[in-house]
Ligand binder design. Structure first.
Ligand SMILES: [Zn+2]
Length: 87
């Protein structure tokens, strides 16, 4: 790609060798590999699904149907729900 053949890559490699020095090249390569690996991992991993927040519901003590915590009365049977402060 980019019209680069083996000779051009070799020249680029040699320039990199001169700039960074032979000692640093393996480190650069490994850190580059790690970065690519992390990038691929983040792509492959399924997106973390937001854990569904627990439904803000309780069961009516009389008809056992779900009612919202902050409701004052059960809409199904009309039972007055007790407010539970701090619950
Ligand atoms: Zn009820």
């Amino acid at each position: 790609m980019f019209g680069l053949g083996m000779p051009e890559l070799l020249v680029i490699f040699l320039i990199a060798l001169i700039i960074f020095g032979a000692g640093k090249l393996p480190h650069i390569g490994s850190s580059l590999g790690t970065a690519i690996r992390e990038f691929k991992k983040s792509i492959d991993a399924p997106p973390k699904e937001a854990t569904p927040s627990p439904p803000d519901q309780i069961l009516c003590s009389q008809c056992r149907r779900p009612v919202q915590k902050d409701w004052l009365a059960c809409p199904h049977c009309g039972l007055k729900l007790e407010a539970k402060p701090g619950a």
